[in-house]
Every structure is written in C-alpha cells, then in structure tokens.
Write a protein that binds this ligand. Sequence first.
Ligand code: UDP
Length: 238
Amino acid sequence: MQKKELLYEGKGKKLYKTDDDLLIVSVFKDDLTAFNAQKTGSEVGKGALNCKISTQLFHLLESHGIKTHLVKTLDDSSQLVKKVDIIPLEVVVRNIATGSLTKRLGIKDGTKLPFSLVEFYYKDDALNDPLVNDEHCLMMDLVKSESDLEELKRLGREINSILKKFFEIRGLNLVDFKIEFGVDSEGNILLSDEISPDSCRFWDIKTNEKLDKDRFRQGLGNVKMAYEEILKRILENK
Ligand code: UDP
C-alpha cells in the first residue's frame, strides 16, 4: 500500500492518503502533550509502543464483535485503517474517579464509581473540548440522531466491560479512557483513533502505581518503561 501525501497531523498521529480512497495510513508519533498542549515532550519509541498496544486491543475488541477501523499493521508504528468521518465527540468511560471528574464535582480522587460513567466531550481545541450532554450533541448536530448517541453509549459500556476484565486479570485497574468513533463510507459506526496509555489511565492493582500518560503530565518519569509494562501485560497469556 503506497503512503501518499499527509492528510492531517494530530497530537498523537499523522494520517496519510493512500492509492485507495477508502483507506489511510495512520502513523503513531513519539510526541506527548498534556494540559491542552501547554506541556509537550517526546519519548523515542512511544509511538511504536502505542501502535502495538492499540493494535492488540483493537484485535481483542474485534474478537468480541466490536467493529473497528483497523485493517492491518504495516510496520512498528503504522496501521492501515479505513477512512472514516470522525464523530467530533470524545467518549470517556470512567470506573474510578480522578482527573477532571474529581475537579468538576469534588469527588475524592480514587473513589470507585457505583457504575461505569459515560461522558461526551465536544472535540474542539479552541473551546478546550467541553463536556456536553445529549441535547448539546443533538442541538449542534454532532451526531445524526438520538439512536446514534445511544449506540455510542452502548459501545462505550461494552468496550469498557471487555477491557476492564482483560486488564483486571493482568493486575491493572482500567481507571478511565477516551475513545473516538467514525462513520465509514457505508454508514457503519466504527471504533477509530487509538486505545493506548495516552488515552487510558492504568493503575497497578497492588501498588496503585500509575502506568500511563499521567507519568508524563505529573513529571513522574519512566514514561516509556510504563508503556512497555502495559504492552508486556497485554501480551501475557491468561
Ligand atoms: N483523555 C484523552 N484525551 C483528551 C482528554 C482526555 O485521551 O483530550 C483521556 C484521559 O487520558 C483519561 C480520560 O480521557 O484517560 C479522562 O480524562 P479527564 O476528563 O479526567 O481529563 P484529564 O484529567 O486527563 O485532563
């Protein structure tokens, strides 16, 4: 598959056209950003780790019937993916309160939530990706219909339930994560973007050690080692 001109460069990935209009190449970058890109950095090899982690997790989800944009991996840090129109919503699912949830609602950090919470954030850097409710989504035409919104919530919960169990038996708490969906040329809603320690919070069940992007954001160091640990546990045969 021929990688052609750059279509888009985001914080974590570069997307390239290919000679097939329906397919694009997604290249995972080594860059790290935090707090709306106020803090930036780079870890050599992080892109390849995220690519491997995300590929494994998308395969796991596919094996449970979740449709994704992933076609195949091309090399250590690139994937061939279906071209989709990204729904401009970050779907966040939370099992344990931390981050913006604790700040917004004053819930004590680390509180186990009584049920998995699904939230939508409007993907708009200029507005700092604000939290939106169902009616905001419909009013602003961020989704086509109420049933698409329900489908995003259902998919968020199902993906959470698959991943939470998968990580629990590998000694990790899946604290929260962000996913994105896109619509393909046939109108199917596909899990897109990535699932990696850049977009998830993983806390070690025994030690509560953070093994995700918060190591970078909070200056805890050993970012790459943490990502390697996540990949190692994903690859464990359980
Ligand atoms: N998240 C993300 N991209 C964003 C915002 C959040 O991947 O632009 C992820 C984040 O890594 C965490 C979850 O979504 O796993 C919830 O993030 P939160 O709302 O707590 O915001 P934060 O405290 O990370 O700024």
